[in-house]
Design a protein around this ligand. Structure first.
Ligand SMILES: *Cc1c(COP(=O)(O)O)cnc(C)c1O
Length: 462
């Protein structure tokens, strides 16, 4: 399988280089040259197979010829044995036609684990094969850092430096990063904002002398392996509910559009679907785009669903590329214009194609809180604020038939918001109940690119 850049100016690469490289050198995102297909009979059979086997099948379709199927299966089995539920992504029924896909049974209690756990095994395997050691540098506003640290701790060929804004993430989120004892992990509390952290990461990636000294890599949501890993649970949940015979719809709490785009990928691979409802909080760039055809950045407002406080959804470039029939020149023009002006119009034909599958709904903070309360009263389930955004969006949509709602975090990951709305403090699951007692280990640094680059270099070489 070859991978092309959405901007058309980068050499085509194989799966391994697309994964380890992250962003394409022309600034675009990698997508496979064509979508591998899975036939209806095989999709129906997914209902009877263990999650790890379906994962190896779906991810394997993108890695063909580059990773031996038996190796990939072992990696998937190891990755998903770190989940505390035997089904990995179990379904919980809320009403006649509404089901929660519980994506939060991984080590850091958020859906990022589903992709990060397999990504870590892929990295270690591929780097080991090439005799390379990479340093993963990531900035986190909360969940990505914890998932990355949990996934890569103890990896032989990977070191991880996670930067987080001091005092601006929740204690539970911080502790998922800072309580890892393994020496290949370093966490840094930066005296600044998440944007400062992200700017420092960008500066590090652009520093050629640093990159000559250190083999740097990123694991943010534009990494295609993460998308492939997320396509898996669209197949498993839909098959459990009767796909491909029965068409299932999905409601997805969205920020960077990685999770919802994975649904598009599953659809292109042959999974029949109703609709994908893209649910946002008041940071509604995606909801507006799917309702109006104009992709335009707004101001970022802090909300109780912080993983979606985003006004520029990186993965949307992939859908745009598909929408304009893979015209790379047009995609490059549009996203250069977006970077400059903060707004672009989706061409009418591309917009019509997107509307065949996608709908968008934005949800207010009050509606999110009300939905947490209502869900508790009607079903006894405590849902986290991100999941509540999707449930609230679903109530306001006209989706018909069975709907799978992506439950992207455990309620205990956002205890303050849940307690404030519902009057109940969600308990941490058994395996992490002692999180607050575990010793923490992290460094504090000023928000200065030079200082942090020197830190990354020393840690990587040490
Ligand atoms: C990252 C995240 C999201 C948003 O996912 P995208 O792929 O960025 O759209 C939603 N909910 C939670 C809990 C998250 O951590």
């Amino acid at each position: 399988m070859r991978y092309v850049s959405t901007r058309g100016q980068a050499p085509h690469v194989g799966f391994i280089d697309a994964v380890l490289g992250g962003l394409a050198p022309d600034g675009g995102l990698y997508v496979p040259e064509d979508w591998p297909k899975i036939l209806p009979a095989e999709i129906a059979g997914f209902a009877d197979r263990p999650y790890a086997e379906v994962a190896a099948r779906v991810i394997g379709a993108f890695a063909e010829g580059e990773i031996a199927p038996a190796d990939l299966l072992t990696m998937c089995q190891e990755a998903y044995s770190s989940f505390t539920h035997a089904a990995v992504v179990p379904l919980t029924q809320l009403s006649a036609n509404v089901f929660l896909a519980e994506l939060f049974h991984g080590p850091s209690l958020a859906f990022k684990d589903v992709a990060m756990q397999i990504l870590a095994r892929l990295y270690d395997h591929l780097l080991g094969r090439e005799g390379r050691v990479q340093t993963i540098l990531c900035a986190t506003s909360g969940d990505t850092g914890g998932a990355a640290v949990e996934a890569f701790r103890g990896a032989k060929n990977v070191k991880v430096v996670a930067l987080f804004p001091e005092g601006r993430i929740s204690e539970v989120q911080r502790r998922f990063m800072t309580t890892a004892a393994e020496s290949n992990v370093a966490c840094v509390a930066v005296k600044g904002s998440f944007d400062d952290c992200q700017a420092i990461v960008k500066a590090a990636f652009q520093d050629q002398s640093l990159r000559q000294a250190v083999d740097l890599s990123g694991v943010n949501s534009i990494n295609f392996a993460r998308i492939a890993a997320q396509a898996v649970y669209y197949f498993t949940t839909a098959a459990s509910l009767g796909a491909p015979e029965r068409k299932v719809s999905f409601a997805v709490p969205s920020g960077n559009f990685g999770d919802a785009f994975a649904g598009y990928v599953a659809h292109r691979m042959g999974l029949p679907m109703g609709q994908i409802l893209v649910a946002t909080n008041v940071n509604d760039i995606l909801a507006r785009t799917f309702e109006t055809g104009r992709y335009s950045r707004g101001k970022v407002h802090p909300t109780m669903s912080p993983a979606m406080d985003i006004q520029s959804a990186s993965n949307f470039e992939r859908l745009y590329f598909e929408g304009v029939q893979r015209e790379a020149t047009e995609t490059a023009r549009a996203f250069t214009a977006f970077a400059d002006t903060g707004a672009i119009d989706v061409p009418p034909k591309a917009y019509a194609a997107m509307r065949e599958l996608f709908r968008g709904v934005a949800v207010s903070e009050a509606d999110t809180a009300r939905t947490m309360v209502r869900t508790l009263n009607e079903t006894g389930e405590l849902v986290d604020p991100h999941t509540a955004v999707a449930l609230a969006a679903l109530r306001r949509s006209d989706l018909k038939g069975p709907v799978v709602v992506m439950a992207t975090a455990h309620a205990a990951k956002f205890p303050e918001a849940v307690a404030k709305a519902c009057g109940v403090t969600p308990a941490l699951p058994r395996g992490v109940a002692d999180l607050a007692q575990r010793p923490e280990r992290f460094d504090r640094l000023p928000a200065e690119a030079e200082t942090i680059k020197a830190y990354v270099r020393a840690f990587s070489e040490g």
